[in-house]
Design a protein around this ligand. Structure first.
Ligand SMILES: Nc1ncnc2c1ncn2[C@@H]1O[C@H](COP(=O)(O)OP(=O)(O)OP(=O)(O)O)[C@@H](O)[C@H]1O
Length: 608
């Protein structure tokens, strides 16, 4: 471990307010375990420090980060760091990328940029920097990206002759004068929101020949006042699908650089002209309290990603970040709500902490893209567990696990229903949205989607079987609809069958109708998953679960039990649980005792 660097980092953290605890322990390995820290190959020095969006507050403690003299990448973006630009950063002479945007830095920019000869990317936007733009920026011969937008910089724009510069944003400051000749190749969008003389006739953009990048594609980027962020996540590879999450930020030419993986481009949404909007901190990942994940949008978009599936609300990706963290990113489609409404909804969801509700870790909102970030559940969803292919060594879900799934899911939904003054609705309860928490209990995901999507979009085929009959007409989900969907989930756990499934022929079976008809014919035992028949002494419990399920799926919404009641009932199954260890592996399923109905179940009102 780099002892000196480790000590410097510990001192940094000790002396800055940070609501999120980081796993930076004195006796753990800084290079392999510390979040946000990257070392060089032989682990002798720290070369990257990325702590975006973790709630850092106060000024950067002097003589801490500056001791990381081998540092190449520094990202402290999207925190609440205040004070002046840390003067001792001048010691970080190997710095290549510097991301300090979306903080509360104030005071002048460093006067001498020549100390950072290797700088390629500098983003100091969305702070309160004032004073002039230093002409020493001209000495940065490798600089490709410079963003100083949304500060309070004043004075004339210096004649910055930096041939390598490809992207420039000085918008929304108090700059005066005119655009100097060296910068006239940048479109007017780079200067809007200033008092820069408007009569400048910008010549057509001359070809830019950056040394390391792809000049032809860069050339095609046109900046304009109508700044748009376009985020591209997607693309399939052969066989096992791997997609690269891509981002590009461009102006007016929305499709201009589509498909280009962007490392050094500005990611936050740029503002349209107008100082009034200059405080809009749009377009960064927002993390929730207690989240130990440390990455930024750039990391997220750079991560290699795999499509997990396409749902009602968009595409879900599994993204592997560089620091080996795996997260799930939901890219929402057709969310037409405004920023405020979206943020409010995310705040409710993100602060909804419960062991039976999957935690929303972060979200992202821009005009064109809405993302939600979750933990990745490696075991997959309950749907995958129940219906996925049984690989070698993979057995079907045992009864105890199914009961725990039911109890956890019920508790999670009941908790969701207590939100928003007891009016919150999940709206999309189904097995692919239920995961197992570390205790092996069900854990409900995808909270808040239905509210954002009201009226409900038509369900994808596999979701249709969970929807209460009344939703078809009203397209509006209610808590009673969640109870119905939970009932379908119970029937699915009991039968091992999907809510809508095909038989051998063309016939499509609707699980609720099928269970009702079988029970009506008093063939109750027929509904249970054959894989469960090998567990002795569980008949009563299965019948109990069947009763609860059927009570939840009655046609009339007002006749369904409320979730707190359902929780009690499913918990009762576990309480009455007798020992039901699986029999020895060689015992055949057919030799298991066939369960007999012990209680009268079903009623004519349940049949539909
Ligand atoms: N956090 C997660 N960890 C692991 N797998 C996940 C996670 N979230 C979703 N998935 C899986 O990704 C796939 C796609 O999920 P997504 O939510 O987009 O669609 P869905 O659940 O099938 O439908 P809907 O959008 O209606 O909820 C599903 O198989 C789901 O189980």
């Amino acid at each position: 471990d780099p002892v000196g660097d480790k000590q410097a980092l510990l001192e940094f953290l000790d002396n800055i307010h940070h609501p999120h605890s980081l796993n930076w322990h004195e006796n753990s390995s800084v290079c392999s375990l510390w979040t946000g820290v990257t070392c060089n190959k032989d682990n002798s020095r720290v070369i990257a420090l990325r702590l975006p969006g973790i709630g850092l507050r106060g000024s950067v403690p002097p003589n801490t980060i500056s001791r990381l003299s081998a540092l190449q990448n520094l990202s402290l973006r999207s925190n609440s760091i205040s004070g002046s630009f840390p003067s001792d950063f001048s010691k970080l002479q190997n710095l290549s990328t510097l991301y300090l945007q979306f903080n509360n830095f104030s005071g002048p920019l460093p006067s001498d940029f020549s100390v950072w000869k290797s700088l390629t990317v500098t983003d100091l936007s969305n702070n309160y920097f004032n004073g002039n733009i230093p002409s020493s920026l001209s000495t940065l011969t490798r600089l490709t990206f410079l963003n100083l937008a949304n500060n309070s910089l004043s004075g004339d724009i210096p004649d910055l002759n930096i041939p390598s510069l490809q992207q420039l944003n000085l918008s929304n400051n108090n700059l005066t004068g005119s655009v100097p000749p060296s910068l006239q190749r940048f479109p007017s969008g780079a200067f809007v929101g200033n008092h820069v003389s408007s009569e400048i006739a910008l010549p057509p953009a001359p070809p830019i020949q950056p040394p390391n990048e792809q000049p032809t594609r860069r050339k095609s980027t046109k900046l304009s006042e109508h700044a748009l962020l376009a985020l591209i996540i997607g693309g399939c590879a052969l066989g096992f699908v791997v997609v690269a999450l891509l981002i590009f930020y461009c102006y007016s030419d929305k499709g201009g650089e589509e498909g280009l993986p962007v490392k050094s481009q500005k990611k936050e949404k740029s503002l349209k002209a107008g100082a009034s909007e200059s405080q809009d901190k749009n377009g960064s990942l927002v993390f929730f309290e207690g989240c130990n994940l440390v990455f930024d949008l750039e990391d997220l978009l750079r991560a290699s990603a795999e499509v997990l599936g396409k749902g009602t609300f968009g595409i879900t990706y599994k993204a592997a970040l560089e620091d080996a963290t795996t997260v799930v990113v939901k890219r929402l489609k057709e969310v037409n709500v405004g920023k405020r409404e979206f943020e409010q909804q995310m705040e409710v969801v993100g602060n909804l902490k419960h062991e039976n509700v999957t935690a929303l870790r972060a979200y992202y909102y821009s005009k064109d893209e809405k993302l939600m970030v979750y933990d990745y559940y490696g075991q997959g969803s309950v749907s995958a567990m129940l219906h996925g292919r049984r690989g070698e060594g993979k057995t079907s879900l045992d009864w105890k696990t199914r009961v725990r799934i039911a109890i956890g899911a019920a508790r999670g939904i009941a908790h969701v229903h207590t939100q928003n003054g007891g009016k919150f609705v999940h709206g999309d309860i189904k097995a692919s949205n239920i995961f197992l928490n570390p205790q092996g209990y069900g854990c409900v995901s995808d909270i808040g989607m239905a509210t954002l999507m009201s009226p409900m979009p038509p369900p994808v085929m596999r979701a249709a079987g969970y929807r209460a009959p009344e939703v078809t007409d009203s397209r509006k989900a209610t808590q009673a609809c969640d109870v119905y969907s939970f009932g379908v989930l119970l029937l699915e756990l009991l039968t091992g069958k999907s809510p809508i499934h095909a038989t051998g022929g063309d016939e499509v079976i609707h699980l609720v109708r099928w269970v009702n008809s079988v029970v009506r014919e008093e063939w109750t035992a027929e509904v249970f998953d054959v894989a469960l028949l090998r567990y002795p002494n569980i008949e009563e419990e299965m019948v109990e679960m069947l009763q609860i399920g059927m009570a939840c799926v009655v046609r009339m919404p007002e006749q369904r039990p409320k979730m707190p009641e359902v929780v009690k009932m499913v918990e009762e199954i576990q309480r009455g649980s007798t020992e039901n260890q699986p029999p020895p592996a060689n015992k055949s399923e057919t030799s298991s005792p066939t369960p007999q109905p012990t209680t009268e179940i079903g009623s004519s009102s349940a049949a539909h």
